[in-house]
Design a protein around this ligand. Sequence first.
Ligand SMILES: C[S@@+](CC[C@H](N)C(=O)[O-])C[C@H]1O[C@@H](n2cnc3c(N)ncnc32)[C@H](O)[C@@H]1O
Length: 277
Amino acid sequence: MPSISQTIATLQTRGLDLTDSRLLLLHALGQPRAGRAWLLAHDTDLVSEAVNTSLQGYVARRLAGEPVAYIVGHKEFYGLNLQVNSDVLVPRPDTETLVDWALNVLEPMPEARVVDLGTGSGAIALALKSTRPALQVEAVDYSHAALTVAQANAQRLGLAVTFSQGSWLNGTEGVFQAIVSNPPYIREDDEHLPALRFEPRQALTAGDDGLDDIRTIIDQAKTRLQTGGWLLLEHGYDQAADVRALLEAAGFANVQSRQDLAGIERCSGGQWTAPDL
Ligand SMILES: C[S@@+](CC[C@H](N)C(=O)[O-])C[C@H]1O[C@@H](n2cnc3c(N)ncnc32)[C@H](O)[C@@H]1O
């Protein structure tokens, strides 16, 4: 029987990166909460035949392109361990930029009412609530299946977020101090879609230019933000100028963008200062 360190080395020779190799092995070993330190402390332990059989199944799925988060059933986002399945987008590290920006604009308003549109696994809403417990956080998704995942994450983490089903702001009532969303923004003919085939299509695409949902959200937000309230949107790597133009055309002020971890403008937003329409 091979040891843990030998098994990880073998997985890497088969084309898996080190992080995925460790995550899949921990999953096969029934140690979902353990990490690199646990593996190092047990590096000479032997991997049983039964564990290895499970592991080979996981490796085959990963090599076929399935995200490792779906195989192991969880993903870390903003320091939270979120459970995920194929009903929700796998939360991306880049989306933490949007959370940082929202927390920044909400700094003077610790008890603000804020909504996360298209919450998926609940990632953004739960990150906001866990960092600022006094915020009144709501979250909407069109997908019942996604809401089931998000609600389970909220319950497990003990975070009081209000979830509702609906289409963008139609799932909510009243006005907000901030509206935050990572909506679908990929073009229907985008060449990268095949690589994302394991994730729900309704989480990914938004019309010919990828901006259909962003247009809808901007239009709805105009009557659902308190004066001075912020609309903050994640978008594609080449959409910042278009999203800023849409926000400005809709009457938003202080329109600006934020860069992701790779230095690319991936979030844009503005403040609603015009009179209600
Ligand atoms: C890109 S995913 C973002 C998921 C999560 N917020 C995140 O950042 O990981 C977009 C989400 O929007 C949801 N969605 C798509 N159309 C919607 C609509 N009309 N109203 C509300 N949510 C919608 C999808 O179900 C999906 O969960």
